[in-house]
Design a protein around this ligand. Structure first.
Ligand SMILES: [Zn+2]
Length: 256
C-alpha cells in the first residue's frame, strides 16, 4: 500500500522543500557541539572578568519583552551592558525577549539568546534551534571572532533550493520502504513543519496590518493535514495553534 509519506514526496515542490530542510538540519547538527563549547567559554570569560556579574542572580524578576528591556535592575543592567559590548553590530536590534535575565549568571545558553533572532525564549540549548539561529549567533557574538564571517554569511544567504535530478524526479510512489528511510524523512518533515508554523505565528503576531498571504499559508497547511491523517495525528498542538491563529487573523482582517 502506498504510504501517505510517499504520496507527499511525489509532489516535486514538497520533496524539494524537505530535501533542502533536511540538508540544513544536518548542518545544524554539525554545529551543535562547537557553539555549545564556545558559549560555555564565553560565559566563563564574562564571569571571570566582570566582578559585578559574579554577584548572585537578579532578585527582581526582570523580564524583557520583544526588543525592549528598559526596566532592568542594576545587576541585569550590567549584564546587558556587557553583552552588548560583545555584539559585533552595535546597531542591531536585540531580541531581549528571548532571554530570562535572572538565568544569565547560571546558563551560558541564556546568554547566547541575546545574539539570536526572535523566538528563542523556550529553547534550552542549540539542539532546539534551527541553523539560521546558530549562524546568527556566530555572526553576532565576538566570541566567534576567529571564524571567517564572510563564509558564514555566504552559507546563511545561500539559496537552499535543491536541484532534483532526473532520476530522483521519478515518481516517488515507486520507492519501496527499503529504499527510503521513512522514519528519518518523517521526523525531518515534522521538524520542518513545526518550524514553519512557528515562523507563521511570529509573523502574524508582529506584522500589522494582517496580511492575506498568512491566511493563504494557513489554508495550504489545513489542506495538507486534511489529506495526511498521519501528520494530523502527530501535530495536535500545532493544529490547535493553527485554529487559534486563523480566528485571530480573520477577526483582525474584518476590522481593517
Ligand atoms: Zn534584574
Amino acid at each position: 500500500m502506498q504510504s501517505e509519506l510517499s504520496i507527499r514526496l511525489n509532489d516535486e515542490g514538497y520533496k524539494n522543500w524537505i530535501k533542502a530542510g533536511f540538508c540544513l538540519q544536518k548542518i545544524r547538527d554539525c554545529l551543535l557541539r562547537f557553539v555549545n563549547t564556545e558559549m560555555e567559554k564565553f560565559h566563563q570569560f564574562l564571569l571571570r572578568t566582570n566582578s559585578v556579574l559574579q554577584r548572585e542572580s537578579c532578585k527582581y524578576f526582570c523580564r524583557p519583552a520583544g526588543t525592549n528591556f528598559q526596566r532592568a535592575c542594576s545587576l541585569c543592567e550590567e549584564w546587558k551592558r556587557e553583552l552588548l559590548n560583545h555584539h559585533t553590530n552595535q546597531n542591531n536590534v536585540i531580541y531581549w525577549g528571548n532571554c530570562s535575565p535572572p538565568l544569565w549568571p547560571k546558563y551560558a545558553w541564556e546568554v547566547a539568546k541575546v545574539y539570536m533572532p526572535r523566538g528563542q525564549a523556550n529553547r534550552q540549548g542549540p539542539e532546539k534551534c534551527d541553523v539560521a539561529a546558530l549562524l546568527n549567533l556566530i555572526n553576532s557574538c565576538d566570541q566567534f571572532d576567529f571564524v571567517e564571517r564572510q563564509k558564514v554569511i555566504e552559507i546563511a544567504s545561500s539559496d537552499w533550493q535543491v536541484q532534483i535530478t532526473e532520476t530522483d524526479a521519478v515518481d516517488a510512489l515507486k520507492f519501496t520502504d527499503e529504499e527510503i528511510n521513512a522514519d528519518v524523512i518523517f521526523n525531518a518533515e515534522l521538524e520542518l513543519i513545526r518550524e514553519w508554523m512557528e515562523e507563521l505565528c511570529f509573523a502574524v503576531e508582529e506584522q500589522e496590518p494582517l496580511q492575506i498571504q498568512h491566511l493563504n499559508s494557513l489554508n495550504t497547511f489545513k489542506e495538507l493535514l486534511k489529506q495526511n491523517k498521519e501528520l494530523e495525528s502527530v501535530l495536535h498542538q500545532e493544529v490547535e495553534q493553527l485554529y487559534n491563529l486563523e480566528k485571530k487573523l480573520k477577526s483582525g482582517m474584518r476590522t481593517e
